[in-house]
Design a protein around this ligand. Structure first.
Ligand code: GAL
Ligand code: MG
Length: 991
């Protein structure tokens, strides 16, 4: 085909209708805004004939395609072309306006029938086509449009014939818009949102804007119409949620203003919507209206004049089985999970989502930062890898201005009537230049009722001093570390928003609670958006029907960014990651604090009184067993206020006594069943420490030297200590061996995604874990000595942890006292090499026979917990089978540890192995070795070790957010240079 609009920066569309607000009209007698069961809508979704061509020049409309493809879909999901995942860099040469000659093209065809009448006009709509499309009707060119995530509408009346018509759409993989769509995602193509024809009367309202404003006891809703200047009579009715008309009016002008007395306002907690019924002679438009305002006062962000916090996430349209296609069910599922995890805000990173998504956000209550389809930091690497001087090239270069301005105009015009949209965002990571300024002007012209956001502050060297970043209404940053964040929060003149923070890749994010603490500490801190909602991956199945997830590089791509797309709070199938559970409790609606024997509740909601929103239940546990409970159901507490909780607790002495307050959904909400837990607080009420002294035992123990060490025997056990390793290599209880391999000292962990830089895997570091050779550490022992008494044997073994090439990492004085009961009191005096910043972990690793499947522990659970990631966990006695302790990250890595453990047992049918300490420790029990986790690139390639690997760690370094954000905070790293690790290892026959 011989069209070239897709390589012309000044032509972003051809023959499209002017942009309009999004709505679906219906017949006057109907009451619907849905595309289904609407006689005015001819939905063209479904099976289309499809022909794939490796290049546009080879494509032809004439050929009869023999394949079919569903619409909406991405053709890469159906075996055409190839998947490619790239983050920042352009997947094509940066040679605008040109794109590669090998430009994959899909030609879609189908027929549909219409009945032509004098009275009807027909409008063809595409809600999303990546990257651009040429449309033909009955062989005649109709028009062209780009901007993948925006609607394109064509008046096709004059192209139609009565009866059957053939539509053909040529979709190209690349166009000059590709330079503006370098978002961090799989680069997929095709018609991925709805396609339909609207039948409309000759005279109709084309575009309308609804603008509410709030007065003391009323609200004014002003309407602005565009009816092509036909002075059409427009009558508007506003109905409340019960369907009662609360305001109505009629006009043939282009404006109308209605007043609603005592209106119910919209906010994310109480998303009250009115219905608008806009009637013209032959058509009706049904839409919803939310009465809400957004403003700033000083540096405080206000919705309906009330300060709010945005507890947000960044969301992409990304599904493992449907690619960019987001059905209503899929979107509702996302929103339901978000609601149930206390998320109240979404940034549509980095493009407008499907129009229906915003209606769902209106209905269910979310604040939305609606972002333009704009990201151009591929230019960063256009003159060498990531050269800052070129970052802003596209926003600096005037030739892109038409396209850049078009993108924000399409954004604002389409979604202008959505109450959920509180902030417009120009786009992401494109730098600052004259085109940014033009885009700002364009947005301001179209809408002054929302705030404006843009984070990207890089500019070209020649633009130095030309721009002032004050043109935005909010201060936005991504991934600042805590210290800098706090400085920003102290100094900001406008509401501070972290449009991205807490990179949720793999095991993480760490320190989320610290950020949330800052949100609440500073009034001018409006909150933040975790990067990101979901893991992006492509689903395939193995021969047995097991799901396998693929990421960048799995499709033979030359340029790709590996698993950097697997960085969400939920797995691709929306199973929550442990990071989401962490976020949930950081964003919990109530905070309870303790002041001696009184408990105070702090309502963290912005609008709802506690008695309307939640009930509080409390439980008192001793050593993990419930001993008392109660509930507080009608506790009235205004938003943002604090009061003493009316409870009286039974007085209980003892150890491991924990009180937990849990916040349960009380109000009816379509996405949150009544009774759903929305978070908790827990308090340690113990009056004494747990008595962990050893049971008395007078049975005899003997030690006998062997070729490799000492055999230590008692009534029911025999242990073998291997001198060369400084550990036991055999543990026989009642004649049955418990160890599959000798125990080992362990200071390394399978790097998490967040560790990759620190480990020296993502980028080479001179003093990274792997360059230091921490991964190869093993024991070198010195002279072992053995002392014997009647009821115990004490083995003292000085040793170092060493690796080839390296100076010892630490010196350890290991002392094991074996008692007649079989208990081994281990005590390690550890001195760590002074120049090592920190160790990933320090502890002992046991390899038990694989039948050790049952785990019981008293510590932070039930999900994995780390020193900087346990806000979503509580302390109790937990029971789990070893496989249940495993977190199956798509990219295997350290997982499943439990912080703050006082006691842990592993048992099989015969034996219970118990480890405990007076000082809380971390443990992990897994079917996989850390070597296997570290060496394997996909979850489905993991091989079980054949044993139960049990780590008992003095400490495990926290997880941080270092894959894109800050590394683990100093206080959560194992930085100690001298410490003592005491714990008791107690194997016993099962009673
Ligand atoms: C940000 C970017 C996001 C995503 C993230 C890393 O810089 O805005 O789109 O790429 O980094 O996952
Ligand atoms: Mg990016």
């Amino acid at each position: 085909m011989n069209y070239n609009y897709h390589q012309d920066l000044n032509i972003v569309r051809m023959n499209t209708m002017p942009d309009r607000s999004y709505y679906i009209p219906c017949s006057p007698g109907d009451d619907t805004s849905s595309k289904e069961y609407n006689e005015r809508v001819l939905l063209l979704n479904g099976s289309w004939q499809f022909a794939y061509f490796p290049s546009f020049s080879e494509a032809s409309l004439e050929s009869t395609p023999d394949n079919v493809l569903p619409v909406p879909s991405n053709w890469q999901m159906y075996g055409y072309d190839n998947h490619q995942y790239v983050n920042i860099d352009y997947p094509i040469p940066f040679n605008p306006p040109f794109v590669p000659k090998e430009n994959p093209c899909g030609v879609y065809k189908r027929t549909f029938s219409v009945e032509l009448t004098e009275k009807t006009r027909f409008y063809l709509n595409f809600e999303g086509v990546d990257s651009c499309h040429y449309v033909f009707l009955n062989g005649v060119f109709v028009g062209y449009s780009q901007v993948s995530h925006s609607t394109a509408e064509y008046d096709i009346t004059s192209f139609l014939q009565d009866g059957e018509n053939q539509i053909a759409v040529a979709v190209l993989k690349w166009c000059d818009g590709t330079y503006l769509e370098a978002q961090d995602k799989f680069r997929m193509s095709g018609i991925f949102r709805d396609v339909y024809v609207l039948r409309r009367p000759q005279q109709h309202v084309r575009h309308y804007v609804v603008q509410p404003s709030i007065q003391q006891e009323s609200a004014t809703v002003s309407f602005k119409f565009d009816d092509f200047g036909t002075a059409l009579v427009k009558s508007v009715k506003v109905l409340d949620a019960e369907g009662r008309a609360v305001a109505q009016g009629e006009t043939c002008d282009d404006t109308l203003s209605l007043t609603i007395e005592n209106p119910v306002h919209w906010n994310a907690e109480q998303p009250y919507l009115y219905q608008m019924v806009l009637d013209t002679l032959q058509e009706r438009i049904v839409d919803t209206i939310g009465i809400r305002t957004i403003a700033t006062r000083g540096n405080v962000l206000l919705v309906n004049e009330q300060p709010i916090k945005l507890k947000g996430v960044n969301r992409h349209d990304s599904y493992p089985d449907t690619g960019y296609v987001a059905s209503r069910e899929q979107m509702v599922m996302d929103l339901q999970l978000m609601k149930q995890h206390n998320i109240n805000a979404i940034r549509t990173s980095h493009y407008p989502n499907a129009p229906e998504f915003y209606h769902l956000c209106d209905e269910f209550g979310f604040y939305v930062i609606d972002e333009g389809d704009m990201e151009s930091h591929g230019a960063w690497s256009s003159h060498g890898l990531r050269d800052n001087d070129w970052y802003a090239l596209v926003h600096h270069d005037q030739q892109f201005q038409t396209a850049i301005v078009d993108r924000v105009q399409r954004l604002v015009t389409r979604d202008i009537n959505r109450p959920c949209v509180v902030i417009w965002s120009l786009g992401n990571e494109s730098g600052l230049g004259i085109n940014t300024i033009a885009a700002v002007d364009a947005v301001r012209k179209l809408d002054s009722s929302r705030l404006l956001h843009y984070e990207s502050k890089n500019f070209m060297p020649e633009d130095e001093g030309k721009f002032n970043f004050d043109i935005m209404d909010v201060e936005s940053y991504m991934y600042p570390d805590l210290e800098y964040t706090e400085k920003l929060a102290q100094e900001n003149k406008k509401p501070l928003i972290l449009c991205e923070f807490a990179h949720a890749m793999g095991n993480g994010p760490g320190s989320l609670s610290e950020y949330y603490e800052l949100f609440y500490r500073y009034d001018g801190f409006a909150g933040g958006f975790v990067w990101e909602w979901c893991d992006h991956a492509i689903l395939q199945y193995d021969a047995n029907g097991n799901a396998q997830y693929l990421y960048g590089g799995d499709f033979g791509e030359v340029l790709h960014d590996g698993n950097f797309c697997v960085d969400g709070l939920v797995y691709p199938d929306r199973t929550p990651h442990t990071g989401l559970l962490e976020l949930k409790n950081c964003a919990r609606p109530v905070h309870v604090t303790r002041d001696a024997n009184t408990f105070w509740a702090d309502n963290k909601l912005d609008f709802a009184d506690l008695s309307d929103a939640l009930s509080i239940v409390w439980t008192l546990e001793q050593n993990g067993t419930k001993i008392a409970e109660g509930s507080i159901t009608d506790f009235s507490l205004a938003p943002h206020s604090k009061a003493q909780l009316p409870i009286s607790l039974p007085y209980i002495d003892g150890s491991r006594i924990y009180l937990k307050f849990e916040y349960l959904q009380k109000a009816a909400h379509p996405l949150i069943p009544v009774g759903t837990s929305l978070g908790f607080d827990q308090f340690d009420l113990s009056t004494e420490d747990m008595n962990v002294s050893l049971p008395e035992s007078h049975s005899a123990v003997t030690a006998e030297q062997t070729k490799t060490g000492w055999l230590v025997c008692g009534e029911a056990f025999s242990y073998h200590f291997k001198a060369k390793l400084g550990t036991f290599d055999s543990c026989v209880i009642n004649g049955i061996e418990c160890f599959a391999r000798p125990a080992e000292f362990d200071i390394y962990r399978a790097p998490t995604d967040n560790d990759m830089g620190e480990a020296g895997i993502a980028s080479y570091g001179q003093h990274s874990w792997n360059s230091l050779r921490l991964d190869a550490a093993h024991a070198y022992t010195y002279e072992t000595s053995v002392e014997q008494s009647n009821t115990s044997v004490t083995i003292t073994c000085p040793l170092s942890l060493v690796a080839d090439r390296a100076t010892p990492f630490c010196n350890i004085q290991a002392v094991y006292k074996v008692h007649g009961s079989g208990a081994i009191e281990a005590s390690m005096h550890v001195s760590v090499r002074k120049d090592l910043d920190y160790l990933p972990r320090f502890g002992m690793r046991y390899f038990l026979t694989e039948d050790f499947q049952n785990c019981t522990y008293f510590g932070y659970g039930p999900q994995e917990s780390y020193s900087d990631k346990h806000a979503g966990c509580y302390k109790s006695m937990f029971h789990a089978a070893v496989p249940e302790l495993f977190e199956n990250y798509i990219y295997p890595q350290e997982n499943g540890s439990h912080y703050g453990t006082a006691e842990c047992t592993l048992s099989n049918a015969n034996t219970t192995l118990r480890a405990y300490s007076t000082k809380p420790f971390s443990f992990c029990a897994s079917e996989y070795t850390r070597e296997e986790l570290a060496a394997t690139k996909h979850h489905f390639e993991l091989q079980r070790s054949g044993c139960t690997v049990w780590n008992i760690d003095y400490a495990m370094t926290g997880v941080g957010s270092g894959s894109c954000g800050p590394y683990t905070l100093e206080q959560y790293r194992l930085t100690e240079k001298e410490f003592v690790f005491d714990y008791t290892f107690f194997p016993q026959k099962k009673s």
